[in-house]
Design a protein around this ligand. Structure first.
Ligand SMILES: [Zn+2]
Length: 293
C-alpha cells in the first residue's frame, strides 16, 4: 500500500494539493491539518495545537502503517568508529605518574594498560580482541598535589567515549577470559593495581549486565569473588544469584568497618580473597558465599 492510499484509508482526507494532504487534525480535530508527502511530516495550523507528527507518530497512532513504509525500513548500520586515543601517554606525565602511584598503579602498569593523560583527565583504554572498544576517563585536578589530585569537584567524574556502553565490557578481558577465577571490583584503578596480585578486574560499577554475564559464561572462569563497595551488597547478591544460575561459583566481600576494598588493609584483603577462593574452589558450594572484613 502506498503512503497516499494509507492516509486516505486511515484519516478523513478532505483534499490533496500537490504534496499536501489535508485532513482533520488527529490531535485536536481542527480542519487545518496538512501532511507533506515528501517531508513525511504533518502540521496542524491551529496555533493552540501545533501538532507536528512524523509519519512514525501517525503510524503509532493508528497501530499499523502503509506497507511501503515497512519495506523502506533498513536496519540501522552498526557504527564502528575507530576510537582515537586522547591526550598523551601517562608515561610522559610526572604529575599523573605520581598521582597514580597513590592508587597503587605503578610505572609498569601505566605502560601495560597504555594509560593516557590530558590536562583534565586520566584515560584507561578498554581493549577487547586487541581492539580499543571504550575509554574510561577519570577527571583529575592538577591544581592540587598529585596525592590529592583524584579529589575533584569536576563533573562528571567519569566519562566514556561514543559507541557501545561501558557496561558491555570487563577490563583487560583478552587476558582474564583465560583465568579460572576472577575478583571483580568497581574501580578501574583498583583493578589495575591488584591485577597481578589476585586476578583482579573490573566490570566498571556495581552491576553485571547481561552482556558481561554472557562474556563470563563463554570464558574459562569458574569462580568469581565480588569485591564491590559496601553500599552495593544487595546488587552483589543479585549478581551472584545470576552467576550461580550459569554455574559460576560466587562469593561476596561484605564490609563491617570499611566502605570499599581499597580501604581494607591490603594484607587483610588479600587473606580474605585467598580464603574465598579456596572455598569457592571447593567441590560444592551452595549459593553465594559471604565473607566479612
Ligand atoms: Zn491540531
Amino acid at each position: 500500500m502506498k503512503l497516499i492510499d494509507w492516509l486516505k484509508a486511515s484519516f478523513p482526507v478532505q483534499q490533496i494539493k500537490k504534496n499536501e494532504v489535508n485532513f482533520n487534525c488527529p490531535k485536536c480535530s481542527h480542519s487545518s491539518f496538512y501532511f507533506n508527502l515528501n517531508k513525511k511530516i504533518g502540521y496542524c495550523h491551529r496555533a493552540s495545537c501545533n501538532f507536528k507528527p512524523s509519519l512514525r507518530d501517525l503510524i503509532d497512532l493508528k497501530g499499523y502503517g502503509p506497507s511501503s513504509y515497512y519495506l523502506e525500513i533498513k536496519p540501522e548500520p552498526i557504527v564502528d568508529k575507530e576510537i582515537i586515543l586522547p591526550g598523551w601517554s601517562a608515561l610522559d606525565d610526572k604529575w599523573v605518574i605520581e598521582a597514580l602511584k597513590y592508587r597503587g598503579v605503578d610505572h609498569k602498569a601505566i605502560g601495560k594498560w597504555q594509560i593516557r593523560a590530558s590536562h583534565f583527565n586520566i584515560y584507561i583504554p578498554v581493549i577487547e580482541n586487541s581492539k580499543i572498544v571504550q575509554l574510561v576517563g577519570r577527571a583529575v585536578d592538577r591544581n592540587k598535589i598529585p596525592k590529592e589530585g583524584f579529589n575533584t569537584s569536576i563533573k562528571p567524574k567519569y566519562k566514556y567515549t561514543e559507541g557501545k556502553s561501558i557496561s558491555n565490557f570487563i577490563l583487560g578481558w583478552d587476558e582474564c577470559k583465560e583465568w579460572e577465577y576472577i575478583i571483580l571490583v568497581e574501580n578501574s584503578f583498583n583493578a589495575i593495581a591488584w591485577r597481578e596480585k589476585f586476578n583482579c578486574s573490573t566490570n566498571f560499577g556495581s552491576n553485571l549486565s547481561e552482556a558481561q554475564i554472557k562474556l563470563i559464561h563463554k570464558s574459562k572462569i569458574k569462580s568469581i569473588v565480588l569485591a564491590w563497595d559496601a553500599d552495593a551488597i544487595n546488587k552483589a547478591w543479585a549478581a551472584a544469584i545470576k552467576l550461580n544460575k550459569i554455574g559460576i561459583k560466587t562469593s561476596i566481600i561484605k564490609y563491617q568497618k570499611y566502605n570499599q576494598p581499597d580501604e581494607v588493609p591490603f594484607d587483610i584483603l588479600e587473606k580474605t580473597i585467598k580464603q574465598l577462593q579456596n572455598t569457592t574452589n571447593a567441590p560444592i558450594t551452595y549459593g553465594p558465599l559471604i565473607m566479612q572484613v
